[in-house]
Design a protein around this ligand. Sequence first.
Ligand code: URP
Ligand code: ZN
Ligand code: ZN
Length: 460
Amino acid sequence: MDILFKNGTVINSKKRCVADVAVEDGKIIKMEPDITPGHNTQVIDCRKLLVLPGAVDAHVHFELPLLIGADDIPYRSADDFFTGTRAAACGGVTTVIDFVSPGEGESLPDALEKRKDVAVKACIDYSLHVGLSRINDAVLSEMEAVRKAGITSFKVFMTYSQRVDDDEFLKVLKRSRELDSLVMVHAESHEELEALREDFVKQGKTDAWYHYLSRPEFVEAKGVERAIELALKAEASLYIVHLACKGGMKAVKNVQDSLKAQGSGQKIYAETCPQYLHFTSEVYKQYDGYKFVCSPAIKGEASREALWEAVKDGSIGAIATDHCPFMLAEKANGADNFTNIPNGVMGTEIFYPYMLSQAGKGIISYERAVELCCFNPSEIFKLSPNKGIIAVGADADIVLYDPNKDSIVSAKNSHGAGDYTIWEGVVLKGYPIQTYSRGKPVFKDGKFIGKRGYGRFLKR
Ligand code: URP
Ligand code: ZN
Ligand code: ZN
């Protein structure tokens, strides 16, 4: 055996135990008390530590091209697959899932291959969701080809230029059901938000606060309700990304309850992100509110509370980050006009430590944090049984976590390419001290020690 993690408290979804964890050739080969190490085994004393699965951040945007503002100014999200996965690894993430965005007229398999080439510099394992925009017979047929190539999830938008209409959305849902795959949706009601946005711009109301007021609670709730309605019509499972509002959460809970009562196998999953759990729309009133501009917008306190309730009661199925940072000067380009701000915030390095810190403070259990950040995303996106769990046969994606190591988040100690963080100054209770990806250390005592290109594409 290569490594023996000795006497740690192993936390999995719904259970914990004190055990030794033995690793060989990148896999967990034994988990029980009192394992005897071999001659060349590296033994790591974990007595005061939690031994956790590496997290699965199922929603990241590395090197994402965007056109912003009336003049279509081109931007690219600040982290590439190397710096983004480096930051992720330093926060205990061992798997990320990014997106393929096929160009106009490009086939899905071609776009997938191209994106895989871009992703080869990742230093932890990764997979891809495939985005769908213009829905036609060719696209519906190519969904099968990429499903065979290991992609089990497709994403649609209800807003932005790549949005689908109801008819297209329904076709994707039905096709996805046939292919035993999952549709993910960015749910906001396009017509309402465009009307509000136009109106505010006309009135010269363009500071960051109006980003929120043009995408308020009801705009997102309406999108979520419509997405659920279409999923029910198609009898297809649905994963709502970055859910941020109380009304949307209520719609999800209602449909989950009714599907459960019917004994239906159809699932409506909701994902939320740390930025929606921690901040409120008040941030958009700050002088630097532009830094927080992301879509959906961060909502009011009632929504934040509703999301926490859903994290606790199980109706939120997964936490991910929607990691999509831009440089401060790029965000500041829109300080006076929110329509010129590239949308997106950072999060992949903070998300697991943030949720674990909430566990350390007694808000949720460590088991629930692991369920939301590791086990559930792995199950939902068909990465099980290799990822999201500490168990014999799983990949040795392991985080050693010190529940007593408190820290303060700062951009200067972060490992992404960005030059600021919305999380600056946030105090965390506990922090990961080591991350292992398939048995190889990639993060130790505050430093990245992994390798560019070590990450593997995960065929799902
Ligand atoms: O503002 C965000 N979230 N930017 C990334 C793209 C998206 O909508 O998820
Ligand atoms: Zn989105
Ligand atoms: Zn996103």
